[in-house]
Design a binder for this molecule. Sequence first.
Ligand code: DX5
Ligand code: ZN
Length: 227
Amino acid sequence: MVEAKIAPSMLSSDFANLASEAERMVSFGADWLHMDIMLIIVCSHFVPNLTIGAPVIESLRKHTKAYLDCHLMVTNPLDYVDQFGKAGASGFTFHVEVSKDNWLELVTRIKSKGMRPGVALKPGTPVEEVYPLVEGENPVEMVLVMTMEPGFGGQKFMPDMMDKVRKLREKYPKLDIEVDGGLGPSTIDVAAAVGANCIVAGSSVFGAPEPAQVISLLRTSVDKANK
Ligand code: DX5
Ligand code: ZN
């Protein structure tokens, strides 16, 4: 059986008060803190937004022991493994679209730096593309299914992506499967029903009058579906 991991996306937090926002989320029952790392490279840009980098992870690490679930939306993840490892990242999730040629090297390097490797896929990417990374001798430990186009929080959840989650859960009963994009009280049940257990939620948690209630509702839905 897989465990529910509720991961508020710090992209929706008040960046000027990151340490206290992190503490607040942990006190509200968050299991992980989801950190979105985005970067534009001239010529081949991945997402149209810039967020945080290793120095911010390093600063935040001084204030929290929480699991920092880092989602790297960058074109060259290998260049960031060492610095994120050193900064204190816990999970390092890279995108399959930019790692076709070097995922094995990436996974090995991520593990050697003491982080948990994960692979993410954008809505347009077929789920079959991550199978080799889950089945290899040196497998990733999580698959992140994007349920909206990466770039910004607060977009609409894409229910079509649930087929990917269902297929992954059927094939891999013990795998951590994370969903990211538009998750909240109105969408959690469909995601939990098909087998998602790690739930990223930005605007639905930070925008709620009582974030603790939303975190608890997300967890209850995953736990119920898991029974
Ligand atoms: C966007 C990020 C998400 C985002 C989710 O590219 O990967 O983690 O913060 O935000 P919500 O939950 O508001 O859709
Ligand atoms: Zn994310």
